[in-house]
Ligand binder design. Structure first.
Ligand code: NI
Length: 135
């Protein structure tokens, strides 16, 4: 029997959605407010889901303390209160959309997970807009 355990986390970050090879006008048309040259922030909500078999010794799928610390080290410490375009190397050459962010977050967590566990990540950029990735 497999069970999914989930942990929520939160971080604030600034970004700008734009392509250097497009004019300001085209960036504005495609990305709208998120293309503001002066950057802007979002309150990101992250939900990390881990699916696996319950360990008969502990009754856990994964120790939540371990998952909490992993999210802090691999996501919050790298992105919280950062300018994603300028301070997070993964976005030096990648547009920091929620779609690209959720993959970056998944790829940061995955190597630290038990390979037998299934990982899925959901990222809310606003309370109504969210993206999910599970590999
Ligand atoms: Ni934005």
């Amino acid at each position: 029997m497999k069970v999914t355990v989930s942990r929520k986390a939160h971080f604030n970050a600034a970004h700008r959605l734009y392509r250097k090879d497009w004019s300001d006008e085209k960036n504005q048309t495609i990305f709208g407010k998120c293309s503001n040259p002066h950057f802007h922030g979002h309150n990101y909500e992250l939900v990390v889901h881990v699916t696996g078999i319950i360990n008969p010794d502990t009754g856990y799928v994964i120790d939540m303390k371990i998952l909490k610390d992993l999210i802090k080290e691999e996501v919050e410490d790298k992105m919280d209160h950062k300018n994603l375009n300028e301070e997070v190397p993964e976005f030096y050459d990648k547009i920091p959309t929620a779609e690209n962010m959720v993959i970056v977050i998944y790829e940061a967590l995955k190597p630290h997970m038990n390979p037998e566990h299934e990982l899925a990540v959901t990222l809310y950029e606003t309370p109504r807009n969210f993206v999910s990735y599970s590999g």
